[in-house]
Design a binder for this molecule. Structure first.
Ligand code: PMT
Length: 215
């Protein structure tokens, strides 16, 4: 199978020395990419800035901003069988990037932000992707209800939800614990190292894909 995985954070520049980002380390997405490659599949990893090594036998496109990730994913998605969106993409980006370092002048500073394009949300419509589509949901409340809204709203076959308010899971942790939200059922995967969890996820996603293409 041809598999695209997004991973890591995005960085949205404010001025030449500052940016908006989040706590994603890339560990979960890189583990998923590695598990697909180890299972013999052709993997393209599109990643925001991380300090991780690219897994062996994985093709890699580094990006910085949400707009760059949108463009790269849009370019490659149509030829993929499976796409897994693990990246923590900025939902908002500065309306304009200051050409020079912003000076410390007043007591407060207003920064105007505009919405970024939803890459996962563009997969079915704008990018015409018909393969198996897996999103992630990072939530701090109402985990399953919020994940299910993403499942239907973004046309996914599966949303992998993680409660990122808990210690030891979610952002920048070694392990994770996830709730798999399928259209017709829910499955819990207990706490495990991200590398182990990724193997189970890959098996589940491949089963889902085989069922989808055989019906
Ligand atoms: O990288 P780690 O430190 O290992 O942490 C892993 C993780 C917590 C980042 C990962 O497990 C995770 O939850 N990833 C999704 C993070 C997220 O941004 O979730 P969200 O609920 O805001 O977004 C929902 C889905 O839409 C995600 O699949 C996201 O990739 C996608 N999205 C969001 C916004 C956007 N503009 N484009 C997108 O494609």
């Amino acid at each position: 199978m041809n598999v695209l995985v997004t991973a890591g954070p995005t960085r949205e520049p404010i001025d030449p020395v500052r940016f908006l980002t989040n706590r994603s380390s890339g560990k979960m997405g890189y583990a998923v990419a590695e598990a697909f490659a180890k299972a013999g599949h052709t993997v393209l990893l599109v990643s925001g800035p991380t300090s991780l090594d690219v897994p062996d036998y994985v093709d890699f496109v580094p990006v910085t901003t949400a707009a760059e990730m949108h463009e790269v994913v849009g370019h490659h998605l149509k030829r993929m069988d499976i796409a897994v969106f693990v990246a923590a993409v900025a939902d908002y980006t500065p309306a304009k990037v200051a050409p020079q370092k912003i000076k410390k002048e007043g007591d407060s500073l207003m920064l105007e932000l505009v919405k970024t394009k939803d890459i996962l949300g563009s997969a079915r419509g704008e990018f015409g992707f018909a393969g198996t589509l897996v999103g992630f949901a990072a939530e701090t409340e109402n985990l399953e209800a919020n994940a299910r809204r993403k499942l239907t709203g973004k046309g996914c076959d599966l949303v992998v939800a993680n409660d990122v308010s808990e210690e030891g899971r979610g952002f920048d942790s070694h392990g994770n614990e996830v709730t798999l939200c399928f259209p017709d059922r829910t499955l819990e995967l207990p706490h495990a190292p991200k590398s182990e969890l990724a193997k189970d996820l890959v098996e589940t996603i491949l089963d889902l894909h085989l069922t989808k293409i055989s019906t």
